[in-house]
Design a protein around this ligand. Structure first.
Ligand SMILES: C[S@@+](CC[C@H](N)C(=O)[O-])C[C@H]1O[C@@H](n2cnc3c(N)ncnc32)[C@H](O)[C@@H]1O
Length: 649
């Protein structure tokens, strides 16, 4: 587990993460030795007529190679489930996640199960204003010599990268953001979208960084959010009234972006009703540009109206009135629909006699709900100006929920509701890895209450310690995540009481922890090939915060192996040992697996009572001889099945 990660990190290189992506995307361009076939790629590109650029334009900052290196290393933390919290009735069945820890570690854990599965990510990172407390902190403990060896920096650059620690320069901020955005991209679905809040301090750098990480073709929009209508008076000349949200995706052309929810006034425009629901009437005659007959001659044709019943037909009928698309100045106009659409959707056409003009007008029924179900939306603009987006709203909301001014700059829930509405469909996963007071989680619950959805949230928050002089400290909070979790719990009750909707109001709670140096040393000195050195109960060294070590190892591996953090695990009785099974994988974590248990496992597999593809074993818990026996027997089962044995340390 940790020893494996530690050993992998010893060999990690800055471009490993990028190379892994390249291998996955273009396996055909690597030969059997793992070497990249540049000649083959060049040939494919030239025969496909793809133009290549050697513009040499790129974002440079001190720490960039190091930032890439941090993307490539494995986390040396474990995932500790809060057993007591997760067993509470509200949380036991919940699919929402709250992870307490550094988001760089959290993203690395989550990649195992959630890569390509998160539809919408919102983040509100430190803006690096100079007064928001941002300083670059990393506790990986590298020396300049390490960076020379591992990252390939020269001595002078390595010294300057080490000196970024504790700084709030642009380079420090970019070094902090780069690996996080790079990993976040991997979590997005192919049509997924990331929204990043920022202000003028780092907006330009963030734009350049996102252009590099997501590609310029991933840029969707920069939105200006009017969050301070009175203007920031601290600015001497022009008072800013807005900050920004940068929106990116893997490819803007295929990004799944929904529309803006209608306001009540807009909804009220749909004042007519028939068996298909509420609708408004829109004139069938095209208005504005390209609205003349000559613009679309095929859209100039007569429509016939029965003067008795006001029935509509496109075929001429004796005694029916002929209606043509005429403009008010008498010129020939054109309809908004062609003949084929008018014929197919005659039911939606309505005729109304206008006495003043002595003629009929033709209108179209425009329904509020598409397909009778989903309420229509409006396209969003790049300026978001809504009273609900004022930063005061966010402050007030948290004040009311938690009875005090205890969160710094929480975003307003209406703003996050807008983001969730645009970025996530009713069944999607929404993630915020700078979750602060948890506004995104509240927005997800509100969106679910509004449309009966089952969106799930993943929140990540570092357990930053609250200063003893802060109001939050006086209110009893010691770390920021405590505020976030309290807010989510209170907001859930509020949303439920206000709406009565049957939403998921709980969340599963996990903390990321680093094993002690002593444990690491013991792990390093363990030799799996020496029977005598088997440490009796090594697994208990991973016990944290009252959670048994076996549950910590299991949670860490379930997410690494692709089963997520809310997976169902069953126990299968062997001889005397209980094997834990998730889907096609068995886990041997606790010590005590005997030769008789190994035989019982083989018997169950051969009898078809158990169907496994992998057996994951905590190497410290199984003796050398039993491990050997398992490997031998599982390699050649009589049933023809193969079960791969994976030892982890
Ligand atoms: C600007 S606040 C987010 C506020 C949030 N949008 C809200 O509405 O309350 C940024 C948050 O990110 C957290 N943070 C900073 N660095 C982090 C890291 N490395 N991992 C996880 N959280 C981090 C900070 O503690 C802070 O709570």
């Amino acid at each position: 587990m940790i020893r494996d990660a530690h050993e992998a990190n010893e060999a990690a290189r800055p471009n490993d993460f990028e190379l892994t992506r390249l291998r996955a995307a273009l396996p055909g361009y690597f030969d059997k030795d793992g070497d990249f076939r540049l000649d083959r790629l060049q040939e494919a590109l030239s025969s496909a007529d793809v133009s290549m650029t050697r513009e040499g334009y790129e974002l440079k900052f001190l720490g960039k190679s190091y930032a890439k290196y941090l993307t490539s290393t494995r986390t040396e933390t474990v995932v500790v489930p809060d057993v007591e919290h997760n067993a509470e009735a509200t949380n036991a069945g919940s699919e929402n996640l709250y992870i307490v820890g550094d988001n760089l570690d959290a993203l690395k854990h989550l990649l195992g199960s959630y890569a390509g599965k998160v539809k919408c990510i919102y983040i509100d990172p430190p803006y690096n204003t100079g007064s928001d407390g941002f300083v670059y902190v990393d506790d990986f403990g590298f020396t300049a010599k390490d960076l020379v060896e591992k990252v390939g920096l020269d001595e002078d650059e390595a010294q300057r990268v080490i000196a970024l620690q504790g700084k709030s320069s642009h380079s420090a901020w970019l070094t902090f953001m780069y690996p996080r955005l790079d990993l976040a991209k991997e979590l997005l679905t192919d049509d997924g979208v990331i929204f990043v809040s920022i202000d003028d301090n780092e907006q330009a750098n963030l734009k350049a960084l996102c252009d590099e990480v997501f590609g310029e073709q991933g840029f969707v929009a920069t939105v200006a959010v009017k969050n301070n209508p009175r203007g920031r008076q601290s600015n001497t000349s022009i008072a800013p009234v807005h900050d920004y949200i940068l929106i990116y995706s893997k490819a803007a052309a295929t990004a799944g972006i929904g529309g803006k929810r209608l306001t009540q006034a807009q909804r009220d425009e749909y004042k007519f009703e028939d068996e298909n629901g509420n609708y408004r009437l829109l004139g069938l005659r095209q208005r504005g540009v390209a609205s003349l007959r000559e613009d679309r001659p095929d859209m100039f044709f007569p429509i016939y109206v029965n003067p008795e019943s006001e029935e509509i037909s496109l075929a001429e009928q004796a005694g029916w009135h002929e209606v043509l698309p005429r403009k008010s100045d008498g010129r020939d106009g054109r309809w908004m629909w062609g003949k084929v659409k008018c014929l197919a959707e005659t039911d939606r056409l309505v005729a109304k006699f206008v006495a003043r003009r002595g003629e009929y007008d033709i209108s179209v029924k425009d329904y509020l709900n598409r397909d009778g179900l989903i309420e229509r939306t409006k396209k969003s603009f790049t300026i978001w100006d809504d009273k609900g987006f004022n930063q005061q709203v966010g402050t007030q909301e948290v004040k009311e929920l938690l009875a005090g001014d205890i969160a710094s700059y929480p975003k307003p829930t209406p703003l996050l509701e807008e983001v969730v509405q645009l970025g996530a469909g009713p069944q999607d996963i929404v993630m915020d890895f700078f979750s602060g007071s948890g506004t995104t989680a509240e927005a997800v619950m509100r969106a679910n209450a509004f449309d009966d959805g089952s969106r799930k949230f993943i929140m990540v928050q570092i357990p930053d310690v609250i200063d003893s002089g802060d109001a939050a400290y006086a209110a009893g909070y010691r770390t920021i995540d405590e505020i976030g979790r309290a807010r989510i719990t209170k907001a859930a009750i509020k949303v439920k009481n206000e709406t009565g909707a049957a939403i998921d109001t709980g969340f599963k709670l996990f903390r990321l922890q680093e094993p002690s140096v002593k444990t690491l040393d013991e792990m390093q000195s363990f030799d799996p090939n020496e029977e005598t050195l088997l440490l009796d109960d090594f697994v208990s060294k991973f016990a944290f915060d009252g959670t048994p070590g076996a549950q910590v190892a299991l949670a860490t591996w379930l997410v690494e192996d692709g089963f997520g953090l809310t997976a169902e695990v069953t126990c299968v009785e062997l001889d005397e040992y209980e094997l834990q099974v998730c889907d096609d994988t068995g886990y041997v974590i606790e010590p005590g697996l005997s030769s008789a248990d190994a035989m019982a496992l083989v018997a169950k597999l051969e009898a078809g009572e158990l169907d496994l593809k992998r057996l994951v074993i905590f190497g410290y818990s199984v003796s050398f001889s039993v491990m050997h026996e398992l490997k031998q027997n599982l390699r050649s089962l009589r049933s023809g099945q193969t079960v791969t044995v994976i030892e982890r340390y």
